[in-house]
Structures are given as structure tokens and as C-alpha cells.
Design a protein around this ligand. Structure first.
Ligand code: SAH
Ligand code: SF4
Ligand code: F3S
Length: 441
């Protein structure tokens, strides 16, 4: 048996692709190792959302290249979003790389492995306009041992937000067939997973490309909800203006679908949103959040924000801070703007915000997120919540189980039994910035 090590960067899409690649490799006599020094095949599944992630990928490749130049008999591959974007150019920068595999045709991996083991060098970065559902049926998925299973439902994105590389690295939006999604969900549940998270850059677009115009996300949720068993269903990410009333009603109606929406706003300023090519303004976002909160009791709404987008003024940045307060956003991912090759905003060099201003805005943004997260957590003290346990560990001498409530809040509970994978009822006794404290009832 040969050993393979895969380093996975970036979002859940990449994590899901890695699980599929491990699955394919397990059919080819490769076993997984967590020690890169021990591997015959080293792969990095890259992210290019920000320059920093791209730089990290090349730095890791450099280390592996050094091992190879020192005479270690290893093969090196790069996959994911940086691979898709750079294609053949990778060989110029990192000549020790044996293969480059983009994001569109991950099921070519077995063929590529055969070729590189014959001494060839391979680049497979062709774009496709179809999903690889037919191939997905043939291979196992070696999922990371956890409670939650990630299942992509759409690939790619058609939105072309002016800062974002994803439409270039993942291509045009395409929906996976319901049959394969339902099969993957059933397989995961039979392996003991207790939660299914449906993934897409814009999950509300699911099914737009199908002939059957009635089969959309709401219908898919109904079909998964009707699978037997006690489990939860989540879906990420929602594009604000694509959330339909039918979807919100479905979330309320279906018992397994959790009360949680990730609705990235990106900026609190309508002018900045326009420059970002987001199809809504502050008022429209406000209405959507208001509607979701009204229709879904106890819902948690989280967001993403970018600090220091080209041309962002101090006043406009302050609108982002006030948006977090006004819409009572429960948590937000944050990032300083990073110019990405090919994207529209990267060309506005004369409007770039100084690095130190960006850093300072990001720090203020993070402070606002912390403040609101605590505020949101405090609302749940004294309440009873159902928690799905994800983890058991000894923390500073005390045994603690950690899990999530239906609305995605993290809860820590002192407990001497490892209840991982079980649904428990908990009384919330306290709130910290990032989590709730509770006790078993
Ligand atoms: N499809 C999702 C986002 C996927 S990318 C959506 O529409 O919201 C995840 C997050 O990375 C984005 O929400 C954005 O906040 C951040 N991001 C994307 N490009 C970026 C860039 N060039 N610089 C900084 N942050 C970026
Ligand atoms: Fe990127 Fe915008 Fe698509 Fe999200 S919706 S992946 S931010 S282009
Ligand atoms: Fe995901 Fe990064 Fe690609 S966020 S889609 S891995 S650019």
C-alpha cells in the first residue's frame, strides 16, 4: 500500500472534494496518512480567495519540492482553486510538481495517478459545464469522521461579485442531480452521520438549470427531510435576494431543517454594494433579514463582511459596523479586501485602501462582531435547547461535551460521558463571546 497525504485549504467545497479524492485513491491501494514526511504522494487542495491562501500553498509546495530535490521518492500534486486558475503556469513556478488538477474534473484523479506513476507530468484544468454526477456514483467518499456530512448541491457561481475569484476558479453554476444528492445523504446517514449540510455558493439557485422548473432547493429539502431517521439538515450559502418565501416556509415546515441562515451582506453601504456588483442595497437586505426573523422563530442569521474594499470611505465602513448592530447579526466572517487577478475590482488600483487602514478597519469590524456575538448569545441564557453533540474532551481538568443547537449556536456542557452523535436537551446557564454554557436536563 502507498501512502497519500492531502493538505486541504479553503472552504467546505474543497473539504468535500478532498473526501472524494481520498475515496478514489482508496480504490487504488493508497491509504491516508496525516504525516507528510511519511507519504509517497503529497497533494495540496488549494484556495485562492485571498492572496495569503495562494502564497501559503506555494510555500508548502516549496517545502515538498525541497524533499524531492534531496532525493526523496515522492510524487507531488496540486489541486483546487489555485490549480484551476494557474494551470500549466504552476510547472514554471514549481517544476517539481507532477500534476495539476483543477476543480472541474476531480474524477480524473485515478487516471492522472496512473500517468504520473509512469513518469508523466499531467495538467487537467479543462472547464466543464456539467456536473460529474455520473462519475460520483462510482466512487466511495472517505468522509472525515464527524457528526456532520457536507454534500455539494451546486458547483460554480454566476454572480461575478467584483472582488471574487470563485466564478473563475469554479466556473459556471451547475446543479447536481437530486438522485446523487439523496444517495450521498442516505449513505452518510447509514454510516452514522447525524447532520447533512447542503453546500453551494448560492444554494437558492439550486435547480435553475433543470428542465423541471419546479424542482428547487425547497423540493430537495423536502426529499431529504423524508429520509427515515433522526438527523438535521442545513444549507449554506444563501444569496440575500434569492431567498424565496417558499424556502423560508419550508424551513419552518420541515422538522429536520434547522433554523439557521448564512446570508452574507459583504458591506453595510449601498454604494459599496453597488461597486461590488451585489444585487441588493442596505434597505433590501434589511427587509430580507426582517422577513426571515419574523417567519422563523429563534433563527440565527450569520454573514460575511469585507473591510477596505477599493474606494470604501470611513463613512461607508461605519455603515458596515452599524449594519451588524441594526440587523442584530449573530455572527460574521470577516476579511480585509485582497485584490484577485482577473476580477473587476482588482483593476481599480487607484482606489485601493492602504494596508494599515484596512488592518485597522478589520480590527474594528472584528470587535463589532465579537460584541454582537456575545449580545446574541446572552439572549439564550435560561432557555432550553436541543444540542447535537460533536465532541468530547478534557478541558482544564473537566470533562466537557461540545455541540450545536439547531440554530448553530455552539454549546459547552460539563459531562463525564462521551455523548458524541447524540441529541440531548440542555438548559443554557451562561454565555461567552463564542459559545453558550449549558447543563444536561
Ligand atoms: N458565495 C458566498 C461567498 C463565497 S467566498 C457569497 O456570495 O457570500 C467567502 C467569502 O470570502 C465571501 O463572502 C467574502 O466575504 C470573502 N471574499 C471573497 N473574495 C474576497 C476578496 N477578494 N478579499 C477579501 N475577502 C473576500
Ligand atoms: Fe463569489 Fe459573489 Fe459568487 Fe459568492 S456570490 S462565490 S462572493 S462571486
Ligand atoms: Fe472555496 Fe477558496 Fe475555492 S473559498 S471555492 S476553495 S477559492
Amino acid at each position: 500500500m502507498k501512502k497519500v497525504y492531502i493538505d486541504t485549504m479553503g472552504c467546505q467545497m474543497n473539504k468535500s472534494d478532498t473526501e472524494r479524492m481520498f475515496g478514489m485513491l482508496s480504490c487504488m491501494d493508497y491509504t491516508e496518512t496525516t504525516d507528510p514526511k511519511d507519504a509517497d504522494l503529497l497533494m495540496i487542495n488549494t484556495c485562492s480567495i485571498r492572496q495569503l491562501s495562494e502564497d501559503k500553498a506555494f510555500s508548502m509546495l516549496g517545502t515538498w519540492g525541497k524533499w524531492k530535490n534531496e532525493g526523496k521518492k515522492i510524487k507531488i500534486g496540486i489541486c483546487g482553486c489555485v490549480a484551476q486558475q494557474k494551470a500549466e503556469k504552476v510547472f514554471r513556478r514549481a517544476p517539481y510538481v507532477d500534476f495539476v488538477l483543477g476543480t472541474h474534473k476531480i474524477y480524473s484523479l485515478p487516471e492522472i495517478i496512473k500517468q504520473i506513476n509512469n513518469g508523466e507530468r499531467v495538467c487537467e484544468c479543462t472547464e466543464t459545464h456539467q456536473t460529474e454526477d455520473d462519475k460520483a456514483f462510482k466512487f466511495p467518499i472517505n468522509r472525515v469522521k464527524a457528526v456532520n456530512a457536507w454534500i455539494p448541491i451546486t458547483e460554480g457561481c454566476n454572480n461575478f461579485c467584483t472582488y471574487c475569484i470563485v466564478p473563475y476558479t469554479r466556473g459556471r453554476e451547475r446543479s447536481r442531480q437530486p438522485e446523487i444528492i439523496i444517495k450521498e445523504a442516505k449513505d452518510a446517514l447509514s454510516q452514522g452521520f447525524k447532520e447533512i449540510t447542503l453546500l453551494g455558493q448560492n444554494v437558492d439557485s439550486y435547480g435553475k438549470d433543470f428542465k423541471d422548473k419546479n424542482y428547487r432547493l425547497a423540493q430537495l429539502l423536502r426529499d431529504i427531510n423524508s429520509i427515515d431517521g433522526n438527523f438535521r439538515i442545513r444549507f449554506v450559502t444563501s444569496y440575500p435576494t434569492d431567498i424565496t418565501d417558499e424556502l423560508i416556509e419550508t424551513v419552518v415546515e420541515l422538522d429536520k431543517v434547522c433554523e439557521y441562515f448564512h446570508i452574507p451582506m459583504q458591506s453595510g453601504s449601498s454604494e459599496v454594494l453597488k461597486a461590488m456588483n451585489r444585487r441588493y442595497d442596505r434597505e433590501t437586505y434589511a427587509k430580507i433579514v426582517e422577513k426571515v426573523r419574523k417567519m422563523v422563530p429563534d433563527v440565527t442569521i450569520t454573514s460575511d463582511f469585507i473591510a477596505g474594499f477599493p474606494g470604501e470611505t470611513e463613512e461607508q465602513f461605519k455603515e458596515t459596523l452599524s449594519a451588524i448592530d441594526e440587523f442584530e447579526l449573530d455572527y460574521s466572517n470577516t476579511a480585509a479586501y485582497s485584490p484577485r487577478e482577473k476580477t473587476v475590482a482588482a483593476k481599480w488600483v487607484d482606489k485601493y485602501i492602504d494596508e494599515d487602514v484596512k488592518t485597522e478597519r478589520l480590527a474594528r469590524l472584528n470587535e463589532k462582531v465579537r460584541e454582537n456575538c456575545l449580545k446574541s448569545n446572552l439572549k439564550f441564557v435560561g432557555r432550553e435547547m436541543e444540542v447535537l453533540v460533536e465532541n468530547f474532551e478534557n478541558h482544564k481538568g473537566q470533562n466537557v461535551i461540545t455541540g450545536r443547537a439547531r440554530n448553530n449556536k455552539i454549546v459547552h456542557i460539563p459531562c463525564n460521558d462521551d455523548l458524541t452523535g447524540q441529541f440531548i436537551n440542555v438548559k443554557i446557564t451562561g454565555a461567552k463571546t463564542w459559545y453558550l454554557k449549558g447543563e444536561l436536563i
